[in-house]
Structures are given as structure tokens and as C-alpha cells.
Design a protein around this ligand. Structure first.
Ligand code: ADP
Length: 299
């Protein structure tokens, strides 16, 4: 019991006041602070929010200007070698050699990671191919893989070093619903005893997977918390209405419109209101989208 608790508390990622300004003057990270425990953590934000910059900095691929990151007692910004030993990273885009097989590439990568014992290596690769459901396709060239298979291969290579910190940057963009499901299940399985950070602009990915999350925009953390609690906090305050296209600006001027989307060609708006707004608005149960859009809207 004592040991397992100790282990649990060790795998903690603490980011404090992290800032980064690119040489062109863009402030990509503006004093970011986050506390991330084991399990699936969703980092949600629109394009340009600073997610990849943050992921690359945690993955030791990029320097920060200010602030600190620690993981399991390791000073991430200073002791890069130690982080790399416990890190698995699946970048937004990664090149694959199209003309070699998954099995061969994993074998090469395992050798590079220092797994020199042949039997140990082939057992590890077999286990990873099974885990990512690629065993049946292990002899196929990577160039023939679908988007989902490539992402699962990305996870297989990220798992070669049995990571305690796994970072996946925008992993489901371009996957069909089946592939996306399969990828989600795989991430869930991996998140036991591991900090898994899923960076995404897709609200549903976070809704379905993550026990903890943060929303970032323009380099700042807008909020951090459990999705369910954040949704509960909006209970009784989200209303919807179907309106005409030419009415949107009027509604924006008079109500706190947090989102609008087309339903069968007609805009449906969601508003935030502390007291019932009248005007034929209908109270709806809040969703994570409402949490997300209300925060982004007011940032
Ligand atoms: P996200 O992953 O959330 O889309 P990024 O971290 O990629 O956000 O980008 C954050 C901001 O920093 C954006 O305005 C982007 O244009 C800018 N940016 C990202 N990388 C660079 C870079 N290498 N040089 C200059 N600006 C960059």
C-alpha cells in the first residue's frame, strides 16, 4: 500500500509560470501553471493557443524563457536526459519511412533505445504490436497504413521505453470514427500508472476520455478542473434558441452568446445567463462544449 501510494505521488507533472516568446514577438506561453497527476489529462484549446509549444517544451524539444517544469522529481528544463528516459512523445506530425515494415522500424528504434538483447527486443515488439492492434499488419510497409494505423504505430514507438509520461499532440485529427474509438481505448488502457497528456482542439476527445483537463487560449490557462464538475457549475445557466441568420448580430448585442451552429441550415445559439432570459429561450443541460465556448468567448 505504502509503495503504491508513493509511486502514485511520484508521477506528477508540475508546470510553474512557464513563458515563451518566439523571436517574431509571438507570446506563445504566458505564465502557464498546471498540476497534472496520473491518468488522462486533456489540454484543450483552439489552434494557435500554445498547446504544441507547451507539449514540445515538456518533451524537452524546445526551451522556455521563464518558469519551471518538474516530473517525478526531475527538473525537466535542466535534466533533459533523465526526462527522455521516462518520456513517450507522439508529435502532431511525424515522418515514417514508407518502404519498411512496422516490425522492422520498431526493431531499429528499439536498438537505438539500447535494447540490445535480441530475445528481449523481439518479445517487447511483439507485445507492443499486439497492444496497438497492429500485429496482423506488422509485415506491411508503413506507407500502406491508414491514418489510424499510423497513429497506433506512433503510440507503439512511444511505448518502447515504457514511459511514465506520455504526450500525444492532436492525435485524432483526420481519423475516422472507428479509428478514433480504437485510439481512445488504447490511450485509456495506457493511462494507468502513467501521466498521459492529450492535447487537442476537439472537445469530444476530452469529454470521452479525461478525468482532468485545462483550457488554454492565447498562451494562458483559462481554467483547470474535472470536466464533470465544470459542467455542473454551468447547470441552469445555458439556454438555447433557434433563430434566423440575419438576427445573430442582434442577439450578440443583447445576450452573452457563447456559441452558434447551424442545424438544418438554421442557426442555433447557446447563451450564458444567470437569470432566465425570457424571449423563448429554452434551458438546456450544459455540455463540455458550453464550458469550452463560454471560457474562450470571455477570454
Ligand atoms: P497550438 O498547438 O495550440 O495550435 P502553437 O503552440 O503551435 O499552438 O502556437 C502558438 C502560437 O505561437 C501561434 O500564434 C503560432 O503561430 C506561434 N508559433 C508556433 N511556433 C512558432 C515558431 N516556431 N516561430 C514563431 N511563432 C510560432
Amino acid at each position: 500500500m505504502f509503495v503504491s501510494n508513493k509511486y502514485r505521488s511520484m508521477n506528477k507533472l508540475v508546470i510553474s509560470n512557464l513563458s515563451k516568446t518566439y523571436s517574431n514577438g509571438v507570446k506563445a506561453l504566458n505564465s502557464i501553471s498546471l498540476n497534472i497527476s496520473e491518468g488522462m489529462f486533456g489540454l484543450l484549446g483552439p489552434n494557435g493557443a500554445g498547446k504544441s509549444t507547451l507539449m514540445r517544451t515538456i518533451a524537452t524539444l524546445q526551451e522556455a524563457d521563464e518558469g519551471s517544469i518538474s516530473f517525478a522529481g526531475i527538473d525537466v528544463l535542466k535534466d533533459k536526459d533523465s526526462v527522455r528516459k521516462v518520456l513517450g512523445y507522439l508529435p502532431q506530425e511525424f515522418g515514417l519511412y514508407p518502404k519498411i515494415t512496422a516490425e522492422t522500424l520498431l526493431n531499429h528504434l528499439a536498438v537505438l533505445k539500447g535494447i540490445t538483447n535480441k530475445t528481449e527486443r523481439s518479445e517487447l515488439i511483439k507485445a507492443l504490436l499486439h497492444k496497438t492492434n497492429l500485429y496482423g499488419d506488422r509485415k506491411k510497409n508503413l506507407g500502406t497504413y491508414s491514418g489510424g494505423m499510423k497513429q497506433r504505430f506512433g503510440i507503439a514507438q512511444a511505448l518502447l521505453s515504457d514511459p511514465r509520461l506520455l504526450i500525444v499532440d492532436e492525435p485524432t485529427a483526420g481519423l475516422d470514427p472507428n479509428e478514433r474509438n480504437r485510439f481512445h481505448n488504447l490511450l485509456c488502457e495506457l493511462s494507468e500508472n502513467t501521466v498521459v497528456i492529450l492535447s487537442t482542439h476537439i472537445v469530444d476527445d476530452v469529454k470521452e476520455l479525461c478525468a482532468d483537463m485545462a483550457i488554454i487560449n492565447k498562451g494562458s490557462v483559462l481554467l483547470q478542473g474535472e470536466p464533470k464538475k465544470l459542467i455542473d457549475e454551468l447547470g441552469g445557466k445555458i439556454y438555447k434558441k433557434s433563430i434566423e441568420r440575419n438576427e445573430i448580430e442582434d442577439y450578440r448585442a443583447n445576450f452573452e452568446v457563447i456559441s452558434d451552429r447551424l442545424l438544418l441550415g438554421k442557426p442555433v445559439i447557446h447563451i450564458y445567463a444567470e437569470i432566465p432570459p425570457g424571449n423563448e429561450f429554452e434551458l438546456v443541460s450544459a455540455e463540455l462544449e458550453d464550458v469550452y465556448f463560454s471560457k474562450i468567448h470571455s477570454s
